[in-house]
Design a protein around this ligand. Structure first.
Ligand code: ADP
Length: 417
């Protein structure tokens, strides 16, 4: 077939030229071309018919067999596709396939139940527009790659969802929304229990502590070490209760107080606190590379930073150095505390922010630790969308850094940086 087409091509060119010449001679080029073009088309059709009638019967039957195979493959694929769709439809997680413009291409039944999508109304709808006014829409338009945890379901606010976006192919994305209501209920029960126990312990502890302070060891010198130990332990218990209450407060807080935090003053306070805690056993230095303030809660940031400073003092032997730094970075700003202390083996580093996780329990207790300091730091930083990083080498020291995004960095005394 290809050969005859080439032949026809060469033949037609010559014929067309001849036609143009004849037409020109007759002073009707267009007419000449039209007539010859029709003739050429008729020739092609005739040739096609001829070749088809010459086609051997075997070639015809193999074409029929090919077609049958093709049809059966198409049926099989369609069946597999149906099975896949049925499986996706039966999944308890909501699935929504989004195209490059974030329009809905397809969704399963759970997306109807959890996200409130409807067929056919929401096919091709821009998902963030369809869910406008919800935390999910803000997350979708914000372009954050990180999953969105524990948000109310748009179709039923009593349900809690956790969402993530996965890339599919080169320009599509799959939104997965999981119903985590049971988990969040359990989490709520745990939070309430810890908050209630801490609250209930606060009053009796205050009473015990008060009476212990009233006891005068001079009345019974033989009891002096006992009274001293009881005072120390009741103070520790009080500190644990206070730290647990702080954690509960941070966990249940939906939003922060957003104020202009003057870092210069805060950093000076932190250095004084470090010196007071160290009692002259360490060299404390402060380095402010850039003038920059923070947007956030002064009270919470102070508590987080002073936990890092107090850890540096507590886990650095006498004679060591504590260095506090504040500087801008291309991403925002960093508050860092470095020490030349005991350091932390790598195997422990990932777990430091867990409640009551300690590398050495005895060292933590001896220095008055509750094991909750870094959990508090992590919570405070999360509320400021900031990140805690740890670099440490046993025997050489550690650097704990709080990294803030540009959105949180303010010009001193002025507006946003
Ligand atoms: P703690 O009250 O025990 O200090 P944290 O939550 O503040 O509790 O810290 C958890 C553990 O991390 C500590 O017990 C300690 O083992 C380790 N750690 C924290 N900061 C430092 C540091 N600067 N140097 C060495 N170890 C540290």
């Amino acid at each position: 077939m290809r050969l005859s087409a080439v032949r026809l091509g060469a033949g037609s060119a010559a014929t067309l030229l001849a036609a143009a010449a004849i037409g020109h001679a007759l002073d009707a080029t267009a007419w000449g071309l039209a007539i010859v073009a029709s003739l050429a088309l008729a020739t092609v059709l005739l040739r096609l018919h001829h070749e088809e009638s010459r086609m051997p019967a075997t070639a015809l039957s193999s074409t029929v067999a090919d077609a049958a195979r093709h049809a059966s493959r198409t049926r099989r694929l369609a069946g597999q596709l149906r099975a896949l769709r049925n499986a996706a439809a039966a999944l308890p997680d909501a699935l929504v396939l989004l195209d490059r413009e974030s329009r809905v291409r397809w969704f399963n039944e759970a997306a109807v139940r959890l996200l409130g999508l409807r067929r056919p109304r929401d096919r091709r709808a821009v998902l963030s527009v369809r869910l406008a006014g919800t935390a999910i829409a803000d997350w979708l338009t914000g372009g954050d790659d990180a999953p969105l945890d524990d948000v109310p379901a748009p179709a039923d606010p009593t349900l809690h969802l956790s969402l993530s976006l996965l890339p599919v192919g080169h320009d599509q994305r799959l939104l997965i929304a999981r119903d985590i209501s049971n988990l969040s209920r359990l989490e709520q029960v745990r939070r309430d229990f810890v908050a209630n126990v801490s609250h209930e312990l606060r009053t009796p502890l205050t009473v015990i502590h008060g009476y212990l302070e009233l006891l005068d060891p001079e009345d019974a010198p033989e009891l002096e070490p006992v009274i001293g130990e009881m005072r120390l332990q009741s103070r520790r218990m009080g500190q644990i209760v206070e730290d647990l209450l702080t954690l509960s407060r941070l966990e249940t807080r939906p939003k922060l107080v957003e104020e202009h935090v003057a870092m210069g003053a805060l950093l000076t306070t932190l250095r004084k606190e470090a010196e007071a805690l160290s009692h002259g056993r360490h060299t404390v230095t402060l380095e402010i590379t850039d003038d920059a303030d923070l947007l956030g809660s002064l009270k919470e940031l102070h508590s987080a930073f002073s936990n890092l400073v107090s850890n540096a003092v507590r886990y650095t032997p006498t004679g060591g150095r504590i260095h506090i730094r504040w500087r801008r970075t291309p991403e925002g700003a960093v508050f860092a505390v470095s020490d030349t202390g005991y350091g932390i083996p790598l195997s422990h580093q990932a777990r430091l922010t867990e409640r009551f996780y300690r590398v050495s329990s005895s060292r933590s207790r001896e220095t008055g630790g509750t094991g909750l300091g870094l959990s508090i730091v992590k919570h405070v930083l999360n509320l400021h969308q900031a990140r805690l990083t740890v670099e440490s080498e046993p025997g050489r020291g550690s650097t704990f850094a709080a990294e803030f995004g540009a959105r949180r960095v303010l010009e001193p005394g002025g507006g946003e940086a």
